[in-house]
Ligand binder design. Structure first.
Ligand code: BG6
Length: 502
């Protein structure tokens, strides 16, 4: 593989230090960063080279307690460079031009590849892209990686995308949704498309409902301004939860080619039944947390957190949303997808539950449903609940008894033991960065996916504004608004218990 120049704009920022550099440290250890590659962290602050290296080392040591390895660090630090550049000052860009040293003829073979990672606020996407173009730093062997938020509505997503696509063609743009880097999410493709048993029953004839939960314990975490404006519908559902819905609901792609996979995801997004002012109350519940208790600690209400943030905000962001989605395709006609996410819930976890219909003619007294539970985080796991004959100690009898079949974790072959001897899964960022290095767009979101998701989300927002959908209150540390139960179509569709809720 050709050596790379990985340029991280915002390279001294929080995301870079907490996620990207640790991911690249492991990627280096595992041989995914080609020899002779350079990782250039760019930001406005002036740091001496050694001072920056010390900063990164301290951060890695703090994050990788007990497993930080001096040998790996020695290898990693050889790639690491720092450059202060004022992104708003065109003359400052000369430093990057000099660093890269591209051939005069940009079509000539450079012998290296370039990755630009925009780990900066969206307001800087435009000036950075404009400069990359103006300085002719966007040859065919370069790639651009961008982080969410990718717009806050269809309109803003389109204008943001215009900026990106006027500098790089779609084949060179990698839009990160870190949920697509999670092991369990990637495993859905293997689970669904290589098991006849699953694929044959993965439709409206056999599945009664699907439930997706992403629960968080965190509150505003210093992001009051952004979260109060976007709420979790735009922060979480537009991206992570709709991507989960796509991976569960998509049809079998023509091949595992990234565009074939993304074509099928777009079809799901386009088939989402629109939410209107007339039906919003049957499909959506939104809420905000009030005072409560989490892990034995008192937690203030959302509104007082907003007030304490010192910013002038209107306090209208929702911190919880539950939705009933319908997907108008042959495969899913009529099957409800119950989707919920919330902040300040009693525990942090993400999981998908697929509930199958009961057998056509039930011979027994109680109705049984098979369920497939896919745990996304914090633990990985797949459990299939089946019914078996109960062994009777007091004579003959035939009573079906629920058994959990643990399908376990599928450890990837290339998983490495840490120096402490512990096995570890590569983080979502690590996997996604390795894909960028290898030029594989499978787990990156294409422009039309972003647009289709925003179109649907804009519809939900317009509907709840028009219908004045109430903001439900729930206690921090509790299970979320009870009103979410009103979305259920049938008593057997009950939401699963929120983990950790009293
Ligand atoms: C981010 C959201 O994209 O995902 C955050 O902006 C959220 O608000 C985070 O907390 C959740 O990610 P994870 O991986 O911790 O579930």
């Amino acid at each position: 593989m050709k050596p790379l120049d990985i340029v991280i704009f915002g390279g001294a920022g929080d995301l870079s230090l907490r996620k990207l550099l640790p991911a690249l440290y492991y990627a280096t250890r595992d041989g995914h960063v080609p020899k002779g590659s350079r990782i250039l962290c760019v930001s406005r602050t002036k740091y001496e080279h050694e001072v920056f290296l010390d900063l990164v080392k301290d951060k890695l040591q703090a994050l990788l307690t007990g497993v930080f390895d001096e040998k790996v660090w020695k290898q990693f630090r050889q790639h690491l460079l720092y450059q202060d550049i004022d992104l708003g000052d065109t003359t400052s860009w000369q430093k990057l031009v000099d660093f890269l040293g591209l051939p005069e003829d940009r079509t000539a073979d450079f012998g290296r590849e370039i990755v630009y990672y925009l780990s900066v606020p969206p307001a800087l996407f435009q000036p950075v892209c404009e400069q990359l173009k103006a300085q002719d730093l966007n040859p065919t062997y370069s790639r651009l990686v961008v982080e969410k938020p990718l717009g806050e509505s269809l309109e803003s997503a389109k204008s943001l995308n215009k900026v990106l696509s006027s500098t790089f063609p779609e084949t060179q743009i990698y839009r990160i949704d870190h949920y697509l880097g999670k092991e369990a999410v990637q495993n859905l493709f293997a689970l669904r498309f290589s098991n006849r048993l699953i694929e044959a029953t993965w439709n409206r004839d056999h599945i009664q409902s699907v439930e997706i939960t992403v629960a968080e314990t965190v509150g505003l975490e210093g992001r009051a301004e952004y979260l109060d404006r976007t709420g979790v519908l735009r922060d979480m559902v537009q991206s992570h939860l709709l991507q989960l819905v796509c991976c569960i609901a998509m049809n079998t792609p023509l091949s595992i080619d990234p565009d074939d996979i993304r074509d099928e995801k777009v079809r799901v997004l386009k088939a989402l039944q629109p939410i209107t002012a007339d039906n919003v109350a049957e499909h959506v519940v939104r809420g905000q947390y009030g005072v409560g208790e989490l892990d034995g600690e008192k937690v203030p209400s959302y509104l007082s957190e907003v007030m304490r943030s010192g910013k002038v905000l209107d306090g209208t962001g929702e911190t919880y949303v539950a939705l009933k989605l319908k997907i108008n395709t042959d495969r899913w006609q009529g099957v409800p997808f119950y989707v919920r996410t919330g902040k300040r819930l009693p525990s942090r976890y993400a999981q998908v539950i697929v509930r199958f219909k009961p057998v056509l003619r039930n011979l027994f007294e109680t109705e049984q449903h098979n369920t497939l539970v896919i745990e996304v985080q914090p633990n990985l796991g797949i459990t299939l609940n089946m019914f078996m004959k109960q062994v009777m100690s007091d004579g003959p009898g035939l009573i079906p008894h629920r058994q959990e079949m643990d399908l376990g974790e599928s450890l990837p072959e290339d998983i490495k033991a840490d120096s402490a001897g512990e096995y570890r899964f590569p983080s979502a960022y690590e996997k996604l960065l390795i894909d960028v290095i290898k030029g594989n767009q499978t787990y990156f979101v294409r422009d039309d996916e972003i647009f289709a998701a925003w179109k649907w989300i804009d519809g939900v927002r317009a509907a709840w504004a028009e219908a004045e959908l109430p903001m439900q209150n729930y206690s921090a540390g509790g299970k979320g608004p009870g009103a979410a139960d009103a979305l259920l179509e049938h008593p057997s569709h009950a939401w699963s218990d929120v983990k950790g809720a009293a």
